[in-house]
Design a protein around this ligand. Structure first.
Ligand code: ZN
Length: 196
């Protein structure tokens, strides 16, 4: 389990943590675990998510076990800089859907002394690095890659395989349209799926 390397004085507290993995890997649950502990310690916490992620609820970051905390939907990552006022911890969920400015925004927040915790899909349904996540992984002090379990063979899974025919990168309202697969089972599926 991830243990924070926390410091008290402001200029040394700022840093970036990234939680990445496939769907069903528990990314959002891990983000919520860290944020709730910070909140219990009376730290001021703000959570942001991209506006397009409206699967369950407009205002709350909702993990799939309904263990939710309030969040602010934003149109673009630069809005986070404007909205994160006098906070000690900033959480970002569904980071893969944000624009390319997200890494610079997180750097600016961390340089202000803010602890930034970013959760997102590292790969899309074809196994390609997703949105600003590669850059986020590069600049973070701490990276946690979490895994799901392959539904075919029971190995650790790090791919989100789409089970419906749709070639667009973003498919909303879609929990039931994906299954977690390991590398071998994912490659097997891709071979058998024409047009991907
Ligand atoms: Zn497998």
């Amino acid at each position: 389990m991830f243990l924070e390397h926390l410091r008290n004085s402001d200029p040394h507290r700022g840093h970036i943590e990234v939680i990445c993995g496939s769907m069903f890997s528990g990314k959002t649950e891990e983000l919520i675990r860290r944020l709730k502990r910070a909140r219990i310690a009376r730290q001021k916490v703000e959570i942001f998510k991209p506006k397009l992620d409206t699967r369950y609820d407009e205002v709350n970051v909702v993990s799939h076990d309904s263990n939710f905390i309030p969040s602010t939907p934003v149109d673009s990552s630069t809005n986070i800089l404007l909205l994160a006022n006098e906070v000690e911890v900033v959480g970002v969920d569904e980071a893969q859907f944000f624009d390319d400015e997200l890494p610079a925004v997180c750097q600016a927040l961390a340089n202000r002394g803010i602890r930034v915790i970013v959760a997102g899909l590292d790969m899309d349904f074809l196994g390609r690095p997703f949105g600003p996540m590669p850059q986020m992984l590069a600049i973070a002090e701490y990276v946690s890659k979490v895994h799901a379990i392959c539904i075919r063979c029971g190995n650790l899974a790090n791919y989100s395989h789409r089970t419906v025919q749709n070639s667009s990168r973003i498919l909303l309202g879609e929990q039931e349209s994906y299954v977690p697969l390991c590398r071998a089972c994912f490659n097997e599926e891709l071979k058998n799926t024409p047009g991907t």
